[in-house]
Design a protein around this ligand. Structure first.
Ligand SMILES: COc1ccc(-n2nnc3cnc(N[C@H]4CC[C@H](N)CC4)nc32)cc1
Length: 315
């Protein structure tokens, strides 16, 4: 079967394009053996780097079995053949995984979520992240488009581990505030500790949380450029640690707020959101990652106590 360069075996039918991601083309198809619709990601082996990254993604995603993580069913070589012993010679490989109905980005396009839904989704996001971090995996590209949802039972699963890395849990890092500007054109990234569940971009986490909690995340995500973006964050997120203030003075002296007081604390920014949710926000959207609740700690915050059940939050 050949569609968009997808040379798969005969039992995948009704192929439909889903998108083009960091690591390649993604299709959905029906697996005739099970009747299930699956998402199939094609990783083209352009060069040794992409082979390395592809095999890392496969190694990581294959072993992550959890209700809140998109499950990988199988990994295939061209023509639907099983992976050879030495996969580095392959021209492409296909990751066949469960296919979800939609993603959080699309869901939020339809407007803010009711608080109850946002809370349940956030609980599942943290439950999935607690598991991923317990496997010493960093997703590193956590954003609404990589968070998949079945709306019938509001089931959430984290997917697309294209940029994921396995980190050594004993890796002692000097958490350094480093504005990664221009290079990748990505939003200002704070080097996050491995338990900082956002892993990737602090800004993206803020967008997820704020867009879920009935205000549009783009309040923080529409900075014209990185430094203005940082200013939007500094307006609401207090910089408590001397080392961060020192770093910020180095990278953005003109943007630093005077006296380090925030202009718009979350309580003012989110007047319609209940106090427990605001307290929760203040503890997860901290400027310094080491002051941030880990996914596990966030799960036991009062804001999520209606769902929290540590014995049912497997690692
Ligand atoms: C860059 O493009 C993509 C596109 C899709 C995915 N992935 N990765 N795992 C997935 C599990 N389920 C779905 N379902 C789709 C069904 C259609 C909806 N409109 C959106 C959700 N998509 C997945 C990754 C990258």
């Amino acid at each position: 079967l050949f569609l968009h360069g997808f040379d798969l075996s005969g039992h995948f039918v009704d192929l439909r394009p889903l998108g083009t991601g960091v690591t390649g083309l993604v299709l959905s198809a029906v697996d005739q053996r099970t009747g299930q619709r699956v998402a199939i990601k094609k990783l083209v082996m352009r060069d040794t780097v992409t082979v390395k990254h592809a095999l890392r993604e496969v190694k990581i995603t294959r072993r992550l079995h959890h209700e809140n993580v998109v499950r990988v069913h199988e990994v295939l070589a061209p023509y639907g053949r099983p992976l050879p012993r030495d996969p580095t010679q392959l021209s492409a490989l296909y990751i066949v995984q469960e296919c979800m109905e939609t993603d959080l980005a699309r869901l939020l396009e339809q407007g803010p979520l009711p608080t109850g839904h946002a809370t349940l989704l956030f609980y599942q996001l943290l439950r999935g992240l607690k598991f991923i971090h317990s496997a010493n995996v960093l997703h590193r590209d956590l954003k609404p488009a990589n968070i998949f949802i079945n709306t019938d039972q509001l089931l959430l699963k984290i997917g697309d581990f294209g940029l994921a890395r396995i980190v050594d849990p004993h890796y002692s890092h000097k958490v350094k505030m480093k504005l990664i500007l221009s290079k990748t054109g990505r939003k200002p990234e704070l080097l996050l500790n491995m338990h900082g569940y956002s892993d990737g971009s602090f800004v993206q986490l803020m967008c997820i949380v704020l867009s879920c909690l009935t205000i549009t995340g783009d309040l923080f995500c529409n900075g014209a450029h990185e430094l203005e973006q940082m200013q939007l964050i500094l307006d609401s997120v207090p910089v408590l640690r001397e080392e961060d203030r020192h770093d910020l003075l180095q990278v953005m002296p003109s943007y630093v707020s005077h006296g380090w007081r925030v202009k718009k604390p979350f309580s003012e920014l989110l007047p319609e959101v209940d106090a427990q949710a605001v307290d929760f926000l203040e503890r997860i959207l901290t400027f310094h990652p080491m002051d941030r609740l880990t996914a596990e700690a966030a799960l036991s915050h009062p804001f999520l106590q209606q769902y929290s059940c540590p014995e049912d939050e497997p690692t």
